[in-house]
Ligand binder design. Sequence first.
Ligand SMILES: Nc1ncnc2c1ncn2[C@@H]1O[C@H](COP(=O)(O)OP(=O)(O)OP(=O)(O)O)[C@@H](O)[C@H]1O
Length: 264
Amino acid sequence: MNVLSFEKASFGYGGRRLWGGLTMSLQAGEFLVILGANGSGKTSLLKAVLGLHPLMSGTVEVAGAPPHRGSTQIGYVPQHRRIDTLTPLRARDVVGQGLDGHRWGIGRPDPRRRRRIDELLESVGADAFADRPIGQLSGGEQQRVRIAQALVSDPKLLLCDEPLLSLDLNSQRTISGLVDRRRRTHDTAIVFVTHDINPVLPYIDRVLYLANGRFRTGTVDEVMTSATLSDLYQSPVDVVRSRGRVLVAGVPEGTHHTSVPRAG
Ligand SMILES: Nc1ncnc2c1ncn2[C@@H]1O[C@H](COP(=O)(O)OP(=O)(O)OP(=O)(O)O)[C@@H](O)[C@H]1O
């Protein structure tokens, strides 16, 4: 069964359409990367999958049913924001917050609950800092904890919204690798929104590229070409493959696309 499917889907706010005509599906264990210009509607697509905002037309289904808020089929890693250093919560409390509201009841001291939190922290390599205040952890460490929190319900689908933002290159690699391992070990389908394709390049099965209200889907080789992006942006764009990386140049001003990678 498809874990995620769109059928002739279009999305917009107040009559302004962001994208439309999207028909695609994602199987268990597939890794989909969503790329595109600022404001092209990548986060909005995740909102539709989460059942937080209706489509303008067409349908979206998660594991064969319309999406709804609080679905245990979906894990969600929201856009990365640095947590205040004074936040009193420990890493394990943050994961615990994900459990509350699922099948474990609200915050009861329960050995099974504690075991589950330990398991989740361990699965993302966060056990060493489980008892440290979350605000004192590095960006990469915080991101591991957020992923553990998103996995509490053992979801079939993991949505990650720019999880690599403001992480250094090493942490970007670690977090990308972690997400990839999850889909390999648990067959979780992944939808990964990112501005920079390079940290996830080895893992991608498919790309969905949004721009100018239109989109292209396919493998990296199919979508990340000068011809395809020039057509999407209606303007000359150069895509170069160099030393195993994808470099994009010439994306029109105002449609920022971080594609020229940092050194490393
Ligand atoms: N609730 C809302 N009501 C009206 N417009 C909205 C709402 N949420 C987002 N928008 C607008 O919809 C457009 C798409 O926003 P979205 O966050 O989906 O883009 P994005 O592709 O994720 O962008 P970015 O790369 O900058 O994160 C933007 O112009 C945004 O201002």
